[in-house]
Design a binder for this molecule. Structure first.
Ligand SMILES: [Fe+2]
Length: 258
């Protein structure tokens, strides 16, 4: 992607989301989401650089970071929830936004394919297997960058006692409940945990721990370690031995990938 195309798309995104944040019924949740997109774009740039991608591909990565959650804006405006199960698939919704705005017409076809597929599939439980290797690489990058920022942001909210102000951000979960047996069994078996099984804040943080088995690139593991994201999640989790043993196993998995 050429630099001027990337600048145009970044500006388009900021113009598109502004009315959702500043308009009537202004939403602090969507302001938080816009800032999430900015940080994911920054991490996409860093990860792409660390992977040695060409300058044009670094622009493409950054723009996928900006755009991946564009579907969150109409989703929350219409349904007042971030729970896909109770509203719409926000990946698909994002793809519809991009297509109906025709904003990707400015891109080369290969970049358009990356941004469309990356936006549409970034939140899929499993990825479709009909993607080209090139598209898949960007989709995996944005899934990593997304997870890194969610881990950092939710910990920060927990630490500053702000979670109660924005229950949407933790999908309206029970703040006090224990780790659910199903979630614990899934992480112990290294199965990915379905959002449908997450009942408590502890489940959500244990799910974040399980994401270390689902990162795809060394630069992602390096960022996770530098930012102490696992240690932070461990602080939120119950001190029970069985739970902290999973954190220790996850930390070992990360160390082996640095
Ligand atoms: Fe998302």
């Amino acid at each position: 992607m050429r630099a001027h195309v990337a600048i145009h798309l970044e500006q388009w995104f900021l113009d598109y989301v502004r009315p959702f944040i500043n308009g009537n019924g202004a939403s602090e949740v969507l302001e938080i989401k816009r800032d999430h997109c900015r940080r994911v774009a920054e991490d996409m740039t860093g990860i792409a650089r660390d992977l040695g991608l060409a300058e044009g591909d670094i622009h493409t990565a950054r723009i996928l970071g900006w755009l991946h959650d564009v579907g969150r804006f109409p989703q929350y405006a219409q349904y007042k929830t971030l729970r896909d199960g109770q509203s719409v698939d926000h990946g698909k919704a994002g793809l519809e936004v991009l297509d109906s705005a025709k904003v990707l017409m400015i891109c080369e076809p290969a970049d358009r394919e990356i941004i469309r597929t990356g936006t549409g599939c970034h939140n899929r439980h499993t990825l479709p297997d009909d993607m080209t290797a090139d598209v898949r690489r960007f989709v995996l990058m944005v899934r990593d960058a997304d997870k890194l920022d969610i881990m950092q942001t939710l910990y920060q909210f927990w630490k500053n006692d702000e979670i109660k102000c924005h229950p949407e951000l933790i999908l309206e979960l029970n703040l006090e409940g224990p780790v659910s047996p199903r979630v614990l069994a899934d992480i112990r078996a290294r199965r990915s945990i379905s959002y449908a099984h997450i009942k408590s804040l502890a489940d959500f943080f244990l799910t974040q721990v399980s994401w270390v088995y689902d990162l795809n690139f060394r630069p992602s593991y390096q960022r996770l370690a530098q930012r102490r994201l696992l240690e932070q999640a461990a602080e939120v989790l119950p001190q029970e031995t069985i739970v902290q043993a999973e954190v220790a196993a996850a930390a070992q998995h990360v160390r082996e990938r640095l």
